[in-house]
Design a protein around this ligand. Sequence first.
Ligand SMILES: NC(=O)c1ccc[n+]([C@@H]2O[C@H](COP(=O)([O-])OP(=O)(O)OC[C@H]3O[C@@H](n4cnc5c(N)ncnc54)[C@H](O)[C@@H]3O)[C@@H](O)[C@H]2O)c1
Length: 268
Amino acid sequence: MKILITGGCGGVGLKLRKELGSRFERVRIFDRVADTLAPNEESIVGDVADFDAVLKATQGMDAVIHLAAMPVEGSFQEILQSNIVGTYNVYEAAFRQGAKRVIFGSSNHAVGFYPRSQKIDTTVAGRPDSRYGLSKCWGEDVGALYADKYGVKSMHIRIGNAFDYPGSVRALAIWISARDLAQLVMIGLEHPEIHNTIVYGVSDNKACWYDNAAAYALGYKPQDHAEDQTDKALEGEKSVKQDAVAEYYQGGPFCSIEYAGAPVPAKG
Ligand SMILES: NC(=O)c1ccc[n+]([C@@H]2O[C@H](COP(=O)([O-])OP(=O)(O)OC[C@H]3O[C@@H](n4cnc5c(N)ncnc54)[C@H](O)[C@@H]3O)[C@@H](O)[C@H]2O)c1
């Protein structure tokens, strides 16, 4: 399989290249920056907001793992170019070049305004907690259009926290190990029932507030558990700025940024 990874030089991209790179015949990395390459890798430096560059990068590829993005909250202009225009470009290029699937690096922040007390599955409506989260809702909808209308299949992985270890109490609910994320990506690339499929990108965490039945139905068997690294989470929590809004909602600190909504219920 020949795979294009946008944003392949970032944190998640590097993890997936390490876990999965050798399984693919060819890995083409499209990123704003260059990187040292493995023998089966090649690199194109460019911006996903540049359609012609994305179209060229997608030529001859079987599938795209789309990670390039502004990965945190930013100004609307930043989010607009990298996340909104960029994601549209990736799907349109995939369609025009005959790539069959897109794995979209979506985010827990697409549904960040659900309270932590509520278990949510993948059928709930979006509740973005930021302009960043909104751009992930948009990306999932772009995937829906391209699956239904143009036949480009998608898996949207609402990644929780893909760092080396869970670095906060919130991460104990939403952390995912590199190997579990890699497993989800492979399901997205290979499973015959993928059409426009949303899953949560989380390991098998006791504190999880997601019902990830959609992923389990596709055979996902996570190997890792955030609670095995509780000591690191508690250590990291010491430097987390505490506030009531962040503690109430699943999206945590992304919910508190610019928050001018109703007061959240007091902790009971
Ligand atoms: N890391 C996580 O825990 C996490 C959680 C939820 C979602 N995600 C999503 O996963 C993806 C990867 O996240 P990450 O943590 O690796 O971020 P990162 O910032 O480490 O990597 C992003 C990469 O994309 C590139 N990039 C950014 N804008 C670009 C543009 N306009 N054109 C071309 N390249 C561009 C950057 O150079 C970088 O190499 C993002 O879409 C992010 O929203 C990550």
